[in-house]
Design a protein around this ligand. Structure first.
Ligand SMILES: O=P(O)(O)O[C@@H]1C[C@H](O)[C@@H](CO)O1
Length: 312
């Protein structure tokens, strides 16, 4: 999608609904699956996959761990709630224009979803968050937004859309509450589910130790390369939003940084020193943790979807 192209939402909606049985055509809840977290399809009944290349205006995800399909079906107990899950998202670092990044959210809103659950893999900045912890995001810190790369820059979507969007309660307290009830219901250890602030960075480089410390000092608990654009587009469309991070690696090491100076001086003095060494993160590690711990996230999402009263 080019910078100024305004895709036709009607064409996208028509292409999608033509591929779905009637009972799946009006999903109530949208889900965005983060890196390695596409296993959510296992919780969807009567599954129908709609590949992105069949939907006008959709791009293709180029990141390992992101498939390029929308998954439609039913989730939760009883008759089930009609859902649509994005198996693969678009990140600006792949070269997608910001409009392409948020386009699927706007299409899901046009399909009629009222609630959006966004998931991601993220690096831990808060040393209390062990790898594998799931963090319910209650706020975000978006340096790109503050410095002129806000995903909502540009002409208003339509005269009905709000120009100035408050973000003080962007992450629905009602949905966050449901998530902690889900953890209780599923008998998770209290430490398995935390809450915190997500820092959005553009990537694709991971943070330097100094950047990690900076974001931590600024108040962030986790850091990642997605989610915020989707949340903004969802709030613009009036959706209730919840976002979850799976901590896949530690960014900030608690004891500071490895000092070569101290090491050399100690060595010359005939002493042995064991200084902390920063974790060298890789996308493979991110996917591995997603695979190992993603199932808990899926179960939580499934419980919440089944428990959202219409119009929370
Ligand atoms: O799509 P998400 O935010 O889950 O993916 C994270 C951020 C980068 O895309 C990638 C880095 O490993 O994982």
């Amino acid at each position: 999608m080019s910078e100024h192209a305004q895709p036709s939402f009607a064409a996208a909606v028509a292409a999608i609904t033509a591929l779905l049985p009637e009972r799946l055509q009006k999903p109530r809840v949208g889900i965005v699956c983060g890196s390695g977290l596409g296993g959510i399809v296992d919780c969807i009944r009567e599954l129908v996959l709609v590949p992105y290349n069949k939907i006008p205006g959709f791009s293709e995800s180029t990141v390992p761990g992101h498939k390029s399909s929308l998954a439609f079906g039913l989730m939760g107990p009883g008759e089930g709630v009609p859902v649509v899950a994005m198996l693969g998202r678009f990140h600006p670092y792949e070269g997608h224009h910001m409009r392409a990044v948020v386009y699927p959210i706007r299409v899901m809103a046009k399909l009629g979803i009222t609630d959006l659950i966004v998931t991601n893999a993220a690096g831990g900045l808060n040393p209390k968050l062990a790898v594998g912890t799931i963090v319910v995001i209650h706020d975000h810190l978006a340096l790109p937004n503050i410095s002129g790369m806000n995903p909502l820059l540009g002409p208003l979507m339509s005269p009905e859309h709000q120009r100035f969007i408050p973000l003080s309660d962007a992450y629905s307290p009602a949905l966050r509450r449901l998530m902690f009830l889900a953890a209780h219901h599923l008998k998770l250890e209290p430490s398995a589910l935390a809450e915190g602030t997500y820092a959005w960075v553009s990537g694709p480089t991971y943070e330097t130790p100094a950047e990690g410390r900076f974001l931590r000092l600024a108040g962030a608990d986790v850091v990642g390369m997605s989610t915020v654009p989707e949340v903004l587009a969802a709030r613009e469309a009036g959706l209730n939003v919840m976002a979850l991070s799976l901590v896949t690696n530690a960014v900030v090491i608690p004891d500071g940084y490895r000092s070569i100076r101290e090491e050399v001086l100690a060595e010359l003095a005939g002493k042995r020193v064991e200084l902390p060494v920063a974790d060298v993160v890789s996308h493979d590690e991110v996917l591995e943790v997603g695979k190992a711990k993603g199932e808990v996230m899926m179960k939580l999402v499934e419980w919440v979807v089944g428990s959202i009263p219409s119009g929370v």
